[in-house]
Design a binder for this molecule. Structure first.
Ligand SMILES: N[C@@H](CCC(=O)N[C@@H](CS)C(=O)NCC(=O)O)C(=O)O
Length: 189
């Protein structure tokens, strides 16, 4: 979903090869030659291979979003802020939301600090979104897409967003984008 979303925003033509988690194909020599970690998403673009969804998204937007495109990255400063938000969400939130089911199973002494740490990050997001409509200001950017894709609706169900209406409303607005809806349909197919 994380990578289908920007490809859909950009209107790119691509072949999508879906793999289920645990698919033995992900451990085949052919796949490991593309991604030694045996994980999706992995893209092959004109012979250029890349994994890690949020890095793929930056690559795709930089390559295809020209100045007329809404997702165009407007200069070095904006790119740095996008990378900042991307590293922030990858480093602080992703390790836990991806495994929200498992957090619930963690023994209490571990699960409580994890919950507290996640709550702090969500509060930081709430603060940022109380200052502006989107993460970097008044325009939807790749910073929103990358952070929202980590907080995708399914894992976010386990997060407490009721007390953080700014995050809730922003996440809903991100996923209400036509490209996100289309990408979700493709993801489910
Ligand atoms: N940080 C990676 C996470 C990728 C990831 O966790 N992929 C899972 C599917 S959502 C996977 O390929 N699992 C297969 C496996 O671990 O064997 C990214 O954002 O691309």
């Amino acid at each position: 979903m994380r990578t289908l979303w920007p490809t859909t925003e950009l209107g790119l033509e691509f072949d999508h090869v879906p793999y289920a988690v645990g698919d033995p194909e992900l451990r085949s020599p052919e796949f490991l030659a593309l991604n030694p970690f045996g994980m999706v998403p992995t893209i092959v673009d004109d012979g250029f291979t890349l994994s890690e969804s949020l890095a793929i998204n930056l690559y795709l937007i930089k390559k295809h979003a020209d100045a007329a495109h809404e997702l165009y990255i407007d200069g070095l400063g904006e790119e740095a802020r996008i990378i900042h938000r991307t590293l922030w969400v990858q480093g602080t939130i992703e390790p836990w939301v991806q495994r929200d089911g498992r957090i619930l199973e963690l023994p209490e002494p571990i699960s409580e600090p994890v919950r507290a740490s996640l709550a702090r990050r969500l509060d930081q997001l709430q603060q940022a979104l109380s200052r502006s409509r989107w993460l970097l200001g008044d325009r939807f950017t790749l910073a929103d897409l990358n952070v929202a894709s980590v907080l995708s609706p399914s894992p976010a169900r386990a997060l407490d967003l009721a007390n953080r209406p700014g995050v809730r409303g922003w996440l809903d607005a991100c996923y209400a984008r036509p490209a996100a809806t289309l990408a979700r349909q493709r993801h489910i197919e």
